[in-house]
Every structure is written in structure tokens, then in C-alpha cells.
Design a protein around this ligand. Sequence first.
Ligand SMILES: Cc1ncc(COP(=O)(O)O)c(C=O)c1O
Length: 434
Amino acid sequence: MPHASSQRPSPGQPSYRSSDHELWDAVDAEGRRQESQLELIASENPASAEVIAAMGTVLTNKYAEGYPGRRYYGGCEHVDRVEDLARSRAKQLFDAAYANVQPHSGTQATLGCLMALAEPGADVLAMSLDHGGHLSHGHPKNASGIYYRFHHYGVRRTDERIDMDQVRDMAKSLRPKVIVAGGSAYPRVIDFAPFAEIASEVGAKLLVDMAHIAGLVAAKLHPSPVPHADLVASSTHKTLRGPRGGFVVCKGVEELKAVNTAVFPGGQGGPLMHVIAAKAIAFREALHPSFADYMGRVVANSRALAEGLMARGLRIVSGGTDNHLMLVDVKSKGLTGAEAEVALHGVDLTCNKNLIPFDTEPPMRTSGVRLGTAAITSRGLDVGDMALLAGWIADVLEAPKSEAVLKRVRGAVAELCQKKPIYASAAVPIGQAH
Ligand SMILES: Cc1ncc(COP(=O)(O)O)c(C=O)c1O
């Protein structure tokens, strides 16, 4: 597969002939891997060719510390336009008054928000990692957990949904500075209104991390956190299908000022202008009606896959899914999550082991795998394909050592991958169509 940067000559873009075969061989091999495996990792998604092209431009050469119109370097007139486009598109997409598009990643966005909302050492209440939270929500080895005193709520045992009574009780007794809502493995709708009510009752700020559901929020398939939260942090590369990166949106100018300072100079130096250009392109793609249609198919595929797996006797955490992901309890087939991940990888189905609520296994083994449908929907898989996929997954998990089963499923996956390639698929916008 030729790499994108050799395909798009434009003013100021240097042409080159690479002699670095060692490096480009690895890039090309990764391209072949992506085309030949079905990507079920819920946080991944193939960006459009235009998004990828933007990251291989001369914008990478420019230092632009500061914000548009107030930079610490000269020569920023063109990158100012780039960042202004990215900010205004982010604001339009999420109906937000303000945006900061500089965070290098979702974690940087969340850390910037924490710095903006609370002093180091402050109490913060967030969802625990093993109930679907994220490392940047207070893991002891993450800066969030090193610099803030995190406390964690979880889901109820009975229905595996967020226990709002526990959130309220903990908030009342701890009086945290910040309450965090959002996570990386929560398959249900999050109702932000009661979080905002509780935060206001106890005098806390509400930070929503919508990294996983940003695409659904953009498509109005998940309630927006923007009207409820003081700050909303996100990644750009999961359901939103942009470049690897982060951003923050909010409704209040004071919160914007605080987060701007927290991102630069607080936690970062010069912004990655080539990535900000790619974010602008991704926001524009997400504003197109075809994106809402795509997200609708992601959710329909997710439901169909969960139903197919349940029909084969696999337990799905919380009994199903409302969004792009599900947690499969593989203990119901006598496996650990680690064993299931390896078995599925062996038939070119890529996923990750994941803790499930009240897991009795340690994080490197786990009782579950997390499956998502954002990436496979981008390459054009539909609900009919989900029925097949559910059958293949169940076949492999029931007989992970059977060479005959593995060979049959591997062959079927290869055939589907060939039929629905990533970068020849109409499901992935290639940039010229809008
Ligand atoms: C809820 C949540 N927040 C933040 C992140 C971190 O994003 P990044 O990898 O861009 O730092 C993730 C990544 O999985 C996530 O799930």
C-alpha cells in the first residue's frame, strides 16, 4: 500500500524519494494488517484519506505557541486560519460556545480540564476503571491520580448501570471539587442531567469525558453533555473518526480561559498544527449528514452483534448496549478475557481484554472482552454481517483450540475483509465528496 503523503502534491509540499525502506516497510505492513483484520477495538476507527493527508503536511514545521491572534512566534497567519477553522467547526458540531483544539490526546484534554477546575490535591469523584472508567480518571500511576485525590463510584450489581444513588451519597460526604462522568467501557446512555444536579448540590464542577461517545453526540444519537458540564473533554480518533488527538468544548468563557491556560502553557508546548488541520477536516466530515447516517449504522450494528452473541449464550454486561460498544463476559464460555483476546486475534478479529464490573480476575487476565463496531462499520459492514460475526466469535470462544474451527473462521474473515476493504469503501469519506 503506498503511503498517503506521496500521493498529494500541493504548494509548499516537498516531494521526495524515500530511501528508508526499513521504516516504510513497517508502515505498509501495518496498512496490510488493518485491511486484513476486522477491527473490533472500540476506540479505533480508520480516518479518512483527507484526514491522514493533512497530517503529512508542512504544518508540522510551524511553532505556534499561544492561540490564534496571540502567538509567541511570528509567521502564524496561516496556521491561525487552520486553528480557527478547527475551533469553529468543533463549536458548530457540538453546539458549544467555545473550543480548545490543542490537546495532543484525550488524556491531555482531561488533564487540562482537571487543572482548570481544581488545585492539585483536591478531591475528585469519577467512575472506577473496573466499572468502565479510564486511567486518566485517577489511576494511581496516571498524572490525574498522582496530583488529585480521586474517589470512585461504580455501577449497580443488579443491572450494571451507573449507581446514581452512590454518586449522590459519595458527593455529599466527600464534597469533591470535581465530578467526572464518562468512561471507556460503559455500554449504556449516560444521563448527564442528574450528574449536573448533584454537582451543583455539593458545589462541585462537572467534567464530562466524552472521548468514546463523541461521534454519537455529534450525530445526536447520545444526549449532549455540553449544556450540563462545566467542561467537556474528548479524543478525536474514536467514534468521531478523526486524527489521533484531543479537544475541549464548553459553554462558559471563564472555563475556556482556565482550560486554555491549563493546556498551554500548563501541560503542553507548541500545538501540533498538522494534527489540528486534520481535526478541522474530521469535524467538517462529522458535520455532513452522511456522518449521522454512519453513526446510526454503528449503533444498529452494535445492537445486532450483542443480540447475536447473547443468542449464542454469551453474557453481555448490562444485558446489551445503547452505543458503539459492548462488554462480553467470556467466563460464560469458561475463558479469561486474555485467552479470548488471543483466540480471536488468531482468526484476525482484533479486540481487547477488559475488566467487567465486579471482576474477580486481575487486569492482565480479566473476565471480559470489549467489542466495538465503529471501525467495522466504517469499512461498510452491516447488520447482516453482524449475524455472521457473532456466529464466528461464538464458534471460536466455544472451541478456541480447534484448528478446524479456527481455519474456517479465519477464511471467512479474510473473505469479508476482501469484499469490504477500508480505503476503497464508500463508507469512509475520501474528502472530495463533500
Ligand atoms: C474515556 C476516555 N478518556 C480518555 C481516553 C484517552 O484518550 P487518548 O488515548 O487520546 O489519550 C480514553 C481512551 O481510551 C477514554 O476511553
